[in-house]
Ligand binder design. Structure first.
Ligand code: SAM
Length: 286
């Protein structure tokens, strides 16, 4: 196929102005990432300016820009994201890890270290891409981590991501919440469950409501369905002296705390995210 030399500066100006005109606030950052991904070049090659491309390269680039203009998340287009300093594969069918979830991981690692147990057991419910479980397993190499999710596509990404990050102390089980770990108990249980109110789903950013899996978001009519189910079951699966760490949706702290009280759990603390929203709740058995 015929190849030509093109200037990455010209390509960059073209892609970034297209994105900016269509209202993408991070047009420049996205343009660079899209060009590097579509043309399979490193940032160093990008900044060298002249690159050799053929027609099929430009078709790939145009197709990716077109998908972005339809608001497909950048991470689905590149198939990659970062979380807690690690790389993760993502795509349609699995939730893209969010930066605020790193607060949950940091707290989980701190709590387990403070427990001082030689071989702690940890359960990550609703693992999705496996981001929480993998980050915990990598940072607590002496722990045994089990992660579960009901979704087959999520399971496939989670297994791939654990392998990608060489997390050997981690196993995945597929099923409805605690069902795959019936009869087992854990020193730490963590979860970032679906927590969006049913009526709010279509009002989310297009990137989320059009492309991310609804089963990863939908928390039922009031957004609290999964908290009710998890909190009711936790006393049977949490060892004495252990902790439950939950991510919270916007404004759910009080309601989740009340449900926890009815289920024999006590709120130890709530951690806020960078926007000062109550984001992570730490609980223990009464
Ligand atoms: C909010 S996402 C969290 C994903 C990941 N832990 C993260 O923080 O990025 C919720 C996950 O719960 C899973 N899920 C939904 N219903 C479930 C159920 N009944 N049992 C287990 N997992 C479920 C979804 O497939 C999705 O992966």
């Amino acid at each position: 196929m015929k190849t030509t030399f093109l200037s990455t500066t010209d390509l960059f100006k073209n892609v970034s102005s297209t994105l900016r005109e269509r209202g993408f606030p991070e047009a420049e950052r996205e343009a660079e990432l899209i060009i590097c991904h579509a043309l399979n070049i490193s940032r160093t090659e990008f900044y060298r300016n002249a690159i050799q491309v053929d027609e099929s390269d430009l078709q790939v680039l145009n197709s990716i820009v077109g998908r972005r203009l339809c608001h497909e998340p950048l991470q689905y287009l590149t198939g990659y994201t970062e979380f807690y300093g690690l790389g993760f594969r993502v795509g349609r069918g699995v939730l893209i890890p969010r930066p605020e979830t790193e607060i949950l991981v940091k707290e989980a690692v701190r709590l387990v270290n403070a427990l001082g147990i030689s071989s702690p057991s940890i359960l990550d419910l609703c693992t999705g891409s496996g981001c929480i479980a993998t980050a915990i397993a990598k940072n607590l190499s002496f722990a045994k981590v089990v992660a579960s999710d009901i979704s087959a596509p999520a399971m496939r990404y989670a297994i791939e991501n654990a392998g990608l990050n060489s997390a050997g102390n981690l196993v995945f089980v597929q099923g409805d919440l605690f069902e795959p770990v019936r009869g087992q108990s854990f020193h730490l249980i963590v979860s970032n469950p679906p927590y969006v109110k049913g009526d709010d789903l279509m009002g989310l950013q297009q990137e989320v409501s059009w492309y991310e899996p609804p089963e990863a978001l939908d928390g039922g009519r009031d957004g609290l369905d999964f908290y009710r189910r998890i909190l009711k079951a936790v006393p049977r699966y949490l060892r004495d002296g252990g902790y439950l760490v939950l991510e919270l949706g916007l404004g759910q702290g009080i309601a989740v705390g009340e449900i926890a009280g009815e289920c024999g759990l006590r709120v130890l603390r709530v951690l806020n995210d960078l926007s000062d929203i109550e984001r992570v709740m730490v609980l223990e058995k009464v």
